[in-house]
Design a protein around this ligand. Structure first.
Ligand code: G3P
Length: 225
């Protein structure tokens, strides 16, 4: 799996799909807003279906938009999951006021409703471990935000991967909130199964000034042959 793209920008997704270097896409309401999606839930649906079709059978993560009663969250998640077979539903680990019902929602979606869940907005190995225990297919550790708070995301990833492996939990770790090119290899090396990377960082991973110079040398010398 290794690389997902963290964007709602269709052109960027097409570009990297055509290169064959991404295995999924993640979105959230903030990303969709920044990518210019408008028109309320109809706009979200249209864009999500377009992305899902573009990347199928690879997964597209779409986030629920309300943190209300467990019944309402389950209902919204089921509705979103019907948009395409390869849609995974992002559910925040808990609500904005620390509401715990989200964990029950995650468990029910995975075990009773056959909906794959990507548990999102997590900042520690312990949160991800509990999300994995609840049955999440993916657990998203917001590594960039972990670092921003002064903690070490690499240490959290090592602890988390060890816990998942030792307890035979099948959840895949998505390392999210990329900040630097270095994050990708560093987080994969620390135990992340997947890094969801911003398009801009993926561009920067590819192009190297010394590669440019070397290729120019080959082209110049080819003319002299
Ligand atoms: O995938 C989650 C990610 O988009 C959050 O990133 O930059 O808001 O921390 P950021």
């Amino acid at each position: 799996m290794a690389l997902f793209l963290d964007t709602g920008d269709i052109n960027e997704i097409k570009k990297f799909i055509n290169m064959g270097i991404i295995r999924g896409v993640t979105t959230n309401p903030t990303i969709l807003f920044k990518s210019g999606v408008t028109g309320g839930m109809e706009g979200v649906k249209k864009t999500s279906i377009e992305i899902a079709n573009l990347i199928a059978p690879n997964p597209l993560s779409v986030e629920i938009t309300k943190n209300e009663s467990p019944e309402e969250m389950v209902q919204e998640a089921i509705e979103l999951s019907k948009w395409a077979d390869n849609i995974v539903i992002k559910v925040p680990f808990h609500g904005p006021d620390g509401e715990l019902e989200n964990i029950q929602v995650i468990h029910e979606l995975e075990t009773k409703h056959n909906v794959r869940v990507n548990v999102t907005a997590m900042m520690s190995a312990q949160q991800c471990f509990l999300a994995a225990m609840a049955g999440a297919t993916y657990v998203s550790l917001f590594c960039g935000r972990v670092n921003n708070m002064g903690y070490n995301s690499v240490e959290e990833l090592k602890k988390l991967r060890k816990l998942l492996d030792e307890h035979k939990l099948n959840s895949k770790i998505i390392c999210a909130s990329t900040r630097e090119v270095l994050n990708v290899v560093e987080w994969l090396g620390a135990g992340g199964h997947i890094v969801t990377v911003l398009p801009d960082l993926l561009n920067k991973m590819i192009v190297h000034p010394y590669t440019k110079e070397t290729v120019q040398m080959f082209l110049d010398d080819a003319k002299k042959l």
